[in-house]
Design a binder for this molecule. Structure first.
Ligand SMILES: *[C@@H]1O[C@H](CO)[C@@H](O)[C@H](O)[C@H]1NC(C)=O
Ligand SMILES: *[C@@H]1O[C@H](CO)[C@@H](O)[C@H](O)[C@H]1NC(C)=O
Ligand SMILES: *[C@@H]1O[C@H](CO)[C@@H](O)[C@H](O)[C@H]1NC(C)=O
Ligand SMILES: *[C@@H]1O[C@H](CO)[C@@H](O)[C@H](O)[C@H]1NC(C)=O
Ligand SMILES: *[C@@H]1O[C@H](CO)[C@@H](O)[C@H](O)[C@H]1NC(C)=O
Ligand SMILES: *[C@@H]1O[C@H](CO)[C@@H](O)[C@H](O)[C@H]1NC(C)=O
Length: 657
């Protein structure tokens, strides 16, 4: 989903949703080539993964510059065993802070040059995307380019295609937004200092080795979709995986115990590209509803929810194997029988934590029909505010029945004027359902609404495939909002199935929306699925959830000050979301669409798995190479100069004493 849904301007767009015609896929988005299925055996590596860094290559580099060549050497070996219990729960040791541009210990120009040479020239010195708008970037200042960036700022492809930009620049620090005032000061803020435009795995290995050996902060950027801006950091070296677009389809994949259709996806392949490949191959893939989300990147790392989840489970549940470069620079396979502890942790335990995933093999499903239903209702002459909320409550009373039938619901509840509220399906989704099946399923719910005097006009549309329904239902997401901030909560089945709990849940939701928040709701329950390995680190709170609710914070003008942003975030975390937490004790929230200020994030985002995930973090990343806000182990670090409740990434990254 897109946080722009909670800006008031976007509400108008949502109202117009039913009539909106979505343009075809953006030009330039490559639909991965679908290769003929190779016969038998587990998938081999992609060509870009076979180009591994070798000791011979390192020796060649040493011959060029023996002073700096050690900066590119591998780290210590880590054994392939499942014994993480011996990893003491201790904070990483090392220098107090990561080195920062201007520090005496910052790598020399010669060191960066050698690094760049070893990369084959793939090192980019970062220029903020909107720098052409500013006089203080004379080397790139360009009115036409500024206009282009300004016009396309809300298009995610602009940010996906840039080595350092993020889709929501709030935690970047808003230091270089598009502007028509060129005299302002554009700075790097939270954007990385350097980025490696990766096209082969050896470049990832070199970047990890260089960052580890020089103590430069490391970030990993794929599409930059994460709400907490996990892919940026001031003074960092960024590994940019966007160009890893390889895609293979296997109609009959056979590997160890697995038999059936599967996709092998490079890290840079985006959701829509996988969906289109699945359509061309006559199968269904599991992914999110936002088109540019990177499936093999943060999506699977965070767990990954999907319109398919109520039928087949989470995105992370579909993973058969992963290729991952470890913090020591070595490429390994993680699967049921190779690094099984990593195989567990990489499927739900969070991004930018244990290594850089370069590709995944995921299960695919036969083609299914999908039937969607859209309608909206509003407060008005016949619908009082209490009746409106009773209508929302009526929907909640059917949540368990809907997900048990395999349906999924995606909906919006938002204030659209003083005392006026809108409920809108975006849409109600019947995966593997025909129109008659969906009509029968929703009849009692529509009867409840009619009984309340809420008149609706359902539009029920049957599609022949998942892709057709996706393309007909989910528009290209709008990004670039620089003040919006969101949090979320996973609500267990009982919150809707037990009347008293449902009333308390509805009251907590109503409070936040009437105070000015926006609800982007999902009626979703990850199905148990014996055909895949669901013994992974997906937040256990997901397994019992029947509702996943994202809350957009108070609407703020783009001119909001840092203090106003912090104040709004404080209200959301300590009042609005507190009420959501209070009615769902012991549950959790979704890390990839979470509140960066989530209290006790370890429990909320990882639940009971946190201690094991933390031990694995120490085992695989003993030097603390990887860091991201709210990632496993991030509590051992802090960023200098942060404003409470507005934690930007533009200070120095330092170890807590
Ligand atoms: C996606 O939907 C748009 C508008 O509804 C349509 O023009 C386009 O042809 C569709 N794309 C495909 C591949 O079906
Ligand atoms: C890296 O090398 C390439 C090719 O020589 C060059 O174009 C690029 O500017 C260099 N990057 C940096 C950061 O110096
Ligand atoms: C621009 O910002 C940088 C970093 O905060 C600061 O050092 C510099 O003085 C500023 N320049 C102007 C002209 O304000
Ligand atoms: C309100 O209810 C009346 C009586 O049932 C009906 O005639 C009218 O169309 C309704 N108005 C709206 C806006 O639904
Ligand atoms: C779709 O329904 C068919 C027929 O009931 C069933 O065999 C198939 O497993 C279902 N597919 C999914 C993905 O749920
Ligand atoms: C119903 O929804 C479909 C899919 O969005 C759309 O093509 C159609 O025009 C809608 N029908 C009406 C009557 O609005």
């Amino acid at each position: 989903m897109s946080p722009s849904l909670w800006s008031s301007a976007a509400t108008v767009a949502v109202l117009a949703l039913a009539g909106l015609q979505f343009p075809p896929a953006a030009a330039g988005a490559s639909v991965g080539s679908v290769s003929p299925p190779p016969s038998g055996a587990c998938a081999g590596k992609f060509a870009f993964e076979s180009a591994e860094l070798t000791d011979a290559a390192l020796a060649d580099i040493g011959a060029k510059d023996s002073t700096n060549a050690p900066l590119l050497s591998f780290g210590d070996d880590i054994s392939d065993s499942d014994s993480d219990s011996d990893s003491a729960a201790r904070p990483p040791s090392g220098p107090a802070c990561k080195v920062f541009p201007g520090d005496a210990a910052w790598p020399s120009t010669q060191a960066w040059n050698l690094f760049n040479t070893s990369l084959g020239g793939a090192l980019i010195k970062t220029v903020p995307l909107a720098a052409p708008c500013y006089d203080n970037w004379p080397q790139v200042r360009n009115a036409a380019q500024c206009q282009y960036v300004t016009d396309h700022w809300a298009d995610p492809h602009l940010h996906v295609g840039d080595p350092s930009s993020t889709q929501w620049p709030l935690f970047e620090g808003r230091t270089c937004l598009p502007t028509d005032d060129p005299t302002q000061n554009c700075t790097l803020g939270g954007y990385a200092a350097y980025s490696v435009a990766v096209t082969k795995v050896s470049q990832i290995q070199l970047a990890l080795n260089f960052a580890r050996n020089t103590n430069v902060r490391l970030v990993v950027k794929n599409t930059g979709h994460d709400f907490a801006d996990k892919s940026i950091g001031a003074g960092a070296l960024s590994i940019w995986t966007h160009k890893l677009k390889d895609l293979n389809f296997f109609s009959d994949y056979r590997c160890k115990g697995y038999k059936g259709p599967a996709f092998q996806l490079g890290a840079g392949v985006e959701t829509e590209e996988v969906y289109r490949a699945a359509e061309l191959s006559g199968v269904t893939a599991v992914g999110g509803e936002c088109r540019t989300v990177g499936i093999a990147g943060g999506y699977i790392a965070g767990g990954g929810h999907s319109p398919m989840s109520t039928l087949v489970g989470m995105g992370a549940d579909q993973v058969i194997s992963l290729q991952v470069v470890l913090p020591n620079g070595k490429l390994v396979t993680a699967s049921e029988d190779s690094y099984p502890d990593l195989y567990w942790a990489l499927r739900g335990g969070g991004g930018s934590t244990y290594g850089v995933v370069t590709s995944v093999v995921v299960k695919a499903y036969p083609k299914i029909p999908v039937t969607t239903m859209t309608f909206s209702f509003l407060t008005g002459p016949n619908v009082t505010l209490d009746t409106f909320w009773a209508g929302v409550g009526a929907y909640m009373s059917h949540f368990d029945r809907f997900t048990s039938a395999g349906a999924y619901g995606y909906f919006l509840v938002v204030g659209i004027g003083p005392g006026q509220y809108l409920f809108n399906f975006m849409p109600f989704w019947g995966g593997n359902m025909t129109a008659p099946q969906l009509t029968t399923l929703v009849a009692p719910f529509l009867g409840d609404l009619a009984g309340l005097g809420i008149a609706v006009t359902p539009n029920i549309t049957e599609y022949s495939s998942y892709y057709q329904a996706f393309n007909g239902s989910f528009g290209p997401e709008q990004v670039g909002a620089s003040v919006g901030h969101a949090g979320s909560r996973l609500f267990p089945r009982d919150n809707f199935a037990v009347p008293a709990k449902r009333a308390a849940t509805l009251a907590a939701v109503r409070y936040a929306i009437e105070a000015g928040g926006t609800l982007v709701g999902y009626n979703i329950r990850p199905a148990a699925n014996a055909a895949v390995n669901q013994a992974n680190s997906v937040n256990p709170a997901w397994r019992d959830a029947t509702g996943f609710f994202i809350l957009g914070g108070p609407s703020l003008p783009v001119t909001a000050t840092d203090a106003e942003i912090a104040n709004a975030a404080h209200t959301m975390t300590t009042d609005w979301l507190k009420r959501w937490r209070d009615v769902s004790p012991g549950s959790g929230a979704y890390m990839s669409e979470g509140d960066i200020n989530e209290p006790d994030f370890q429990q909320a985002f990882y639940g009971s798995y946190y201690p094991r995930l933390y031990a694995l973090k120490k085992k695989y990343d003993p030097t603390g190479l990887f860091y991201a806000p709210t990632a496993v182990g991030s509590e051992d670090w802090y960023i200098t100069g942060q404003i409470p409740y507005y934690p930007t990434q533009n200070g120095k990254l330092c170890r807590k004493p």
